[in-house]
Design a protein around this ligand. Structure first.
Ligand code: 5RP
Length: 219
């Protein structure tokens, strides 16, 4: 099966988590989540609506006629479904390939359960092969980049990308992330960083993993 077919498999499987009527569902961003949203559209009469992590997902949800709520107007979400760029065996992740990391991290924090949907290529022993996205306040870009070099990374500005929050992204290459929680905290402590794409302090609770064989494992 192709990677895209596996993403679709994982996205559709996650509909199983919509197991009560009138849920408000937290929705991530990306091509795997797109399949989840397409699946949600087929059961939209059963849900109250969604909280969305990006303008991209909001647009898609609205196109399907699914109500989108502000996080501030709802309580704790029962469930948040999102993809990942890498996920390790402890269900800690690198996210932000789609530049939506800050809103994703906020919704993840406000949700009781984070279900990650991914194809097998994302499942890794060690995080860091995928460059770690860091969202920065634009005027802090050079300063933050110099601080990231001190942490052993090779920062590259993702030019021409402005996040939904009006900020910029630096992708940090060549990190071997042996202690994801420590690195997440260290990077977040750099002045000018909004947040970074390590989801280690709050990782996923469950991983819906589409194996290249076409089988689904729930980990
Ligand atoms: C967006 C993300 C996505 O979840 C991540 O990039 C995975 O995307 P895809 O499902 O397209 O492979 O973190 O900011």
């Amino acid at each position: 099966m192709t990677q895209d077919e596996l993403k679709k498999l994982a996205g559709n499987y996650a509909l199983k988590y919509i197991d009560q009527d009138d849920m408000i569902v937290g929705v991530g961003t990306g091509s795997t989540v797109r399949y989840f949203i397409e699946g949600l559209a087929t059961i939209k009469s059963r849900i109250q609506g969604c909280v969305s992590s990006s303008e991209q997902s909001t647009k898609l949800l609205k196109e399907f006629g699914i109500p989108v709520y502000e996080l501030n107007s709802v309580g704790t979400l029962d469930i948040y479904v999102d993809g990942a760029d890498e996920i390790n065996h402890q269900l800690k992740m690198i996210k932000g390939g789609g530049a939506a990391l800050t809103r994703e991290k906020i919704i993840a924090a406000a949700s009781a359960k984070f279900v990650c949907i991914a194809d097998e290529s994302k499942y890794v022993d060690l995080l860091g092969e995928f460059p770690l996205p860091v969202e920065v306040i634009p005027m802090a870009r050079s300063y933050v980049a110099r601080e990231l070099v001190k942490l052993g990374g090779n920062p590259v500005w993702r030019e021409n990308v402005v996040t939904d929050n009006g900020n910029w992204i630096i992708d940090v290459h060549n990190l071997k992330i042996l202690n994801p929680v420590e690195l997440e905290q260290k990077i977040n402590n750099i002045v000018g960083v909004v947040t970074n794409g390590l989801f280690a302090m709050r990782g996923a609770n469950e991983l819906v993993l589409a194996r290249s064989s076409g089988n689904i494992d729930v980990i």
